[in-house]
Write a protein that binds this ligand. Structure first.
Ligand code: PLP
Length: 415
């Protein structure tokens, strides 16, 4: 059992959980793998892997198109997965859940479809300085085409956002606020409900990039009140190549389709096409059926464990790692927001992150090194990048100890 100080009710059998993830028993460089790159992608429990295999070995068929048994079965499983996503984020209806290739495609869908109709010359789109390129570049591209302006809210030294500064940047020209729920680089958890309220008071549409949040904390889109919320399955223990977006029904209804093709139509003549109802209007072509089923299986899996248990252990890992890192005067932690998710970005003396990461890898430890798709943030911090250790609920304190041993080795070699 893991131990949650002050809250034993939230503990769980860590060894049993680890056994659910086959990859965690593999060796790298002849050492047991320590996987600390969970912010890039999470590992998959056997039940998700089994779901993919079972789909292709027993159910494979195209959805929404056939009256034959397999097609009906696959359609029902696919729509069942949509319902699981709906329930997980507490959307009102499955019409508000659109499957995409992932969070990036979800944001691009909104930029193209909603943005194409709602952003005009002179308008402003507001983002923060800690956005992933996925929640920056699509808006930059849209601004260029529509002659709009991208406004960037700076962050405080600890990586958090000053809400007064953010509110001050919301002008009568601001049409959209696109902001991350959790920073993949600094771990900052933004107060998205409060932020949404501030924006809505000024009539601004709000998109929350939830790529990092769904695996760590309970997401409730109706409570947040945002207009759009985007996510990727592979960051929540599900397969790659599937994710999606939540959008408020009235906004989605008013939006034009993103792509044309099969599935998204009701009636087609050479002269004119009428579009399908929600959510299919935004899902042109054959969807990633196995991925959706795997996504559903992943959400079931973490729901069985419970997000309260998951976040309690991840917070404990963060506390432990922060304590150990802080005891080493050569380590500089980048990002100390009071509300922080279970990742630590850091530098060791003046050692380049790539050099450090290469040595750490030799210990069988997977950490991320580089700019983490937040190049402008790194530029503003005046650093070439960071080393990032991002924890999931299957990680252990012993693994953090092993990372510390590797860091000491890096220090011996380079300093
Ligand atoms: N937004 C954030 C905060 C992320 O961390 C990521 C991926 O790292 C993305 C968006 C993009 O997600 P994906 O690459 O799965 O589309």
């Amino acid at each position: 059992m893991n131990s949650i100080p002050g809250n034993p009710d939230l503990s769980f059998d860590l060894e049993k959980i680890r056994a659910d993830f086959p990859i965690l028993s593999r060796k790298v460089h002849n050492k047991p793998l320590v996987y600390f790159d969970n912010a890039a992608t999470t590992q998959k429990p056997q039940v998700v892997i089994d779901t993919l295999v079972e789909y292709y070995s027993g159910m494979n068929s195209n959805v929404h198109r056939g009256v034959h048994y397999l097609s009906v079965e696959a359609t029902s499983a696919f729509e069942g997965a949509r319902e699981k996503v709906r329930a997980f984020v507490n959307a009102s209806s499955t019409e508000e859940i659109i499957f995409t290739r992932g969070c990036t495609e979800a944001i691009n869908l909104i930029a193209n479809s909603w943005g194409g109709d709602n952003i005009n010359s002179g308008d402003e789109i507001l983002i923060s300085a800690i956005e992933h390129h996925s929640n920056l570049v699509p808006w930059q591209m849209l601004c260029e085409v529509r002659h709009a302006k991208l406004i960037v809210c700076p962050v405080l030294a600890d990586g958090s956002i000053d809400l007064e500064v953010l509110a001050g940047l919301m002008s009568s020209k601001t049409r959209l606020l696109a902001i991350t729920h959790i920073s993949n680089t600094l771990g900052t958890i933004n107060p998205v409900k409060e932020i949404t309220k501030l924006a809505h008071e000024k009539g601004i549409v709000v998109l929350i990039d939830g790529a990092q949040a769904m695996s760590h904390l309970k997401v409730n889109v109706r409570d947040i009140g945002c207009d759009f919320y985007t996510f990727s399955a592979h960051k929540v223990y599900g397969p790659m190549g599937i994710g999606g977006l939540y959008g408020k029904k009235d906004i989605l209804t008013a939006m034009r389709p993103y792509q044309g093709g099969g599935e998204m139509i009701k009636n087609v003549t050479f002269e004119k096409t009428t579009f399908n109802d929600l959510p299919y209007k935004f899902e042109a072509g054959t969807p990633n059926v196995s991925g959706a089923l795997g996504f559903g299986a992943a959400l079931d899996y973490i729901s069985r464990i419970g997000l309260d248990r998951i976040s309690a252990w991840e917070n404990e890992l963060l506390r432990y790692a922060t304590e150990r890192f802080s005891a080493d005067p050569l380590i500089k932690i980048i990002g100390n927001a009071p509300q922080k998710s279970s990742l630590i970005s850091f530098l060791i003396g003046n050692i380049h992150p790539y050099d450090a990461g290469t040595i750490i890898d030799q210990f069988g430890i997977a950490v991320r090194t580089g700019t983490h798709c937040t190049q402008p943030l790194m530029n503003s911090l005046g650093i070439p990048g960071t080393i990032r250790a991002s924890f999931a609920f299957y990680n252990t304190k012993e693994e953090i100890d092993r990372l510390m041993e590797a860091i000491v080795k890096v220090e011996e070699l380079f300093l």
